[in-house]
Write a new protein. Structure first.
Lengths: 100, 319
C-alpha cells in the first residue's frame, strides 16, 4: 500500500513557478515527447501532488532522461511549467538521494 | 549500463564548485581561439564564449572514456572516483582530444569574432576569465552550486567593466539572459546573441551561396529564447534555400545532447531520429549550438554533412 506524505510537495517545490497541480492529465505531453517518456511528466507530477514520495524515488532514471527541450510545455493546454517542475524534481533527487 | 547518476552529477557539480567548470580544460584550450584577433581585454561590450565550443572536444573524449569505464569492473567504484576528484581533477586524465578536434571547435568562436569585426561591432574578450556559465549544473538541478558559480561569473564580468555581453551558443545565452537574473540580485547586464546582433545590422554579403540546407533549430533558441527569425534571415540573405524538417521552429526536435552526460545511448537514439528527419529534406544541415553540432554529426556518421551556422556566415560575409 502506497504511503502518502502531504508535506512532500513542499520539499520538491523550488519556487513559485512549481505548479505540478495544474496538470489536468490530458496526455499531450506524453504524445508529443520525442523521447517517448510515458511516466514523465503527468504521472510523476501526480505522485508529487499526492505526496507519494516512494513512487517518485523509483522514477530516478525517467526524471533525469528528460531533455528539458520544452516541446511538451510549449504545447501544454494547462500552462504547466513542466521543465521547471522537472528541474525541481532533479534538485530533490540531488539532495535526497545523491547528497549533493 | 550508464554510470551511476548521482556520482556523475556529484563529479560535475564538484568540478563547477572547485574548478569553475563542470569539465575543467587547460587555459590554453580555452583561449586559443583569440590568437591573432587582437581583441582588447574586457570593456563595456565583450564576446563571451562560456567555453561551450571549446569544451566539446573534451566532452566527446570524456563520453568515450565513460563508456569504456561503464563496461569495466571499475564502474562499481565511481563513488570513490568522486571523492578522489575532489582532490585531483580526474576528468582531466580521461579526456585527450586530438589537435584536429580542438581546431574544429576553436574555429567557431573565431568565425563569430571575425563576423562581428566585419560588421563594425566593437568588443573585447575576457580570455582566461571567460568562464563556463553553469548550464549543465542548472539542467541537473544542482541549484546551490549554480547560484554560487553564477555570482562568480557576474563578479568577474563586473570586474572587467562589462555592460553588454554578446554570446555565441544558445545555452550561454539562456543562462546569462534568462536564468542569472533569477539568481543574482541587481543583475544588470544586457545579453544578446551574435545572431541577433548581426541580423540587426543588415550586413551586405560579399558573395552568394547556393543550395538546399536543412535547418535544425536549437530547442533553447526556439523555445526558451525566441531566436528563430534571425538565423533564417541571415542564411537566406546569403542565397541559401532553407529546408524545414517535419519538426521545426517552435516545434523543433532536440538533438539528444542534454542527456549525453548521463545516458549516452539515449542521446544517440534521439540524435538518430533527428538526423533521419533532417536527411529527408536536404543533404546538408545547419546547426547553431555546439551540442547539436556534435551529436547530429556523430549520429549522421557520414550520411549527411552538418556545419555550424557561423561556417556559412563567414563564407558569405568575409571580404
Amino acid at each position: 500500500m502506497a504511503v502518502a506524505r502531504p508535506t512532500f510537495i513542499d520539499e520538491v517545490r523550488q519556487s513559485e513557478q512549481f505548479n505540478a497541480a495544474a496538470c489536468m492529465n490530458c496526455g499531450v505531453c506524453t504524445a508529443i515527447c520525442p523521447m517517448g517518456l510515458e511516466h514523465l511528466p503527468r504521472e510523476i507530477f501526480r505522485y508529487v501532488v499526492l505526496g507519494m514520495e516512494e513512487e517518485v524515488l523509483k522514477e530516478q532514471e525517467t526524471v533525469f532522461s528528460c531533455l528539458l527541450c520544452k516541446l511538451c510545455e510549449e504545447n501544454c493546454p494547462a500552462g504547466v511549467h513542466i521543465t521547471e517542475n522537472v528541474r525541481s524534481l532533479r534538485h530533490y533527487f540531488d539532495r535526497k538521494a545523491f547528497r549533493i | 549500463m550508464p554510470l551511476p547518476t548521482g556520482d556523475t552529477i556529484g563529479i560535475l557539480a564538484d568540478n563547477l564548485r572547485l574548478r569553475r567548470s563542470v569539465l575543467p580544460i587547460p587555459t590554453e584550450s580555452a583561449i586559443r581561439w583569440t590568437r591573432g584577433l587582437d581583441l582588447p581585454r574586457g570593456g563595456e561590450r565583450v564576446l563571451y564564449t562560456g567555453l561551450m565550443y571549446q569544451l566539446i572536444p573534451y566532452i566527446e573524449e570524456l563520453v568515450k572514456a565513460e563508456s569504456r569505464l561503464a563496461e569495466s569492473w571499475l564502474s562499481g567504484f565511481t563513488g570513490i572516483g568522486r571523492q578522489v576528484n575532489k582532490l585531483v581533477n580526474v576528468s582531466g586524465f580521461m579526456a585527450h582530444p586530438t589537435r584536429e578536434q580542438l581546431e574544429t571547435y576553436d574555429r567557431i568562436p573565431r568565425n563569430v569574432a571575425l563576423l562581428l569585426k566585419r560588421a563594425g561591432v566593437e568588443f573585447g574578450a575576457l580570455y582566461e576569465d571567460d568562464l563556463y556559465s553553469g548550464a549543465l549544473a542548472y539542467d541537473l538541478g544542482a541549484d546551490e552550486t549554480l547560484r554560487e558559480h553564477a555570482q562568480k561569473v557576474y563578479t568577474t564580468l563586473k570586474k572587467h567593466g562589462v555592460k553588454e555581453v554578446v554570446t555565441i551558443d544558445p545555452h550561454t545565452t539562456n543562462m546569462l539572459r534568462s536564468v542569472y537574473p533569477t539568481l543574482i540580485d541587481g543583475y544588470d547586464l544586457a545579453v544578446r546573441n551574435y545572431l541577433e546582433v548581426l541580423s540587426e545590422l543588415e550586413m551586405v554579403p560579399s558573395r552568394q551561396l547556393e543550395g538546399d540546407v536543412a535547418i535544425h533549430d536549437s530547442c533553447v533558441f526556439a523555445r526558451y529564447e525566441g531566436v528563430l527569425r534571425e538565423p533564417r534571415q541571415l542564411l537566406e540573405g546569403l542565397g541559401l534555400t532553407l529546408q524545414e524538417p517535419l519538426h521545426a521552429g517552435t516545434m523543433t526536435w532536440c538533438c539528444g545532447g542534454p542527456v549525453e552526460s548521463l545516458f549516452p545511448e539515449k542521446a544517440a537514439e534521439q540524435a538518430e531520429r533527428r538526423v533521419t528527419e533532417l536527411q529527408a529534406v536536404a543533404e546538408r544541415g545547419v546547426t547553431m549550438c555546439p551540442l547539436c553540432y556534435v551529436n547530429l554529426q556523430k549520429a549522421a556518421n557520414g550520411r549527411m554533412r552538418f556545419d555550424d551556422i557561423s561556417d556559412y556566415l563567414i563564407r558569405g560575409y568575409e571580404p
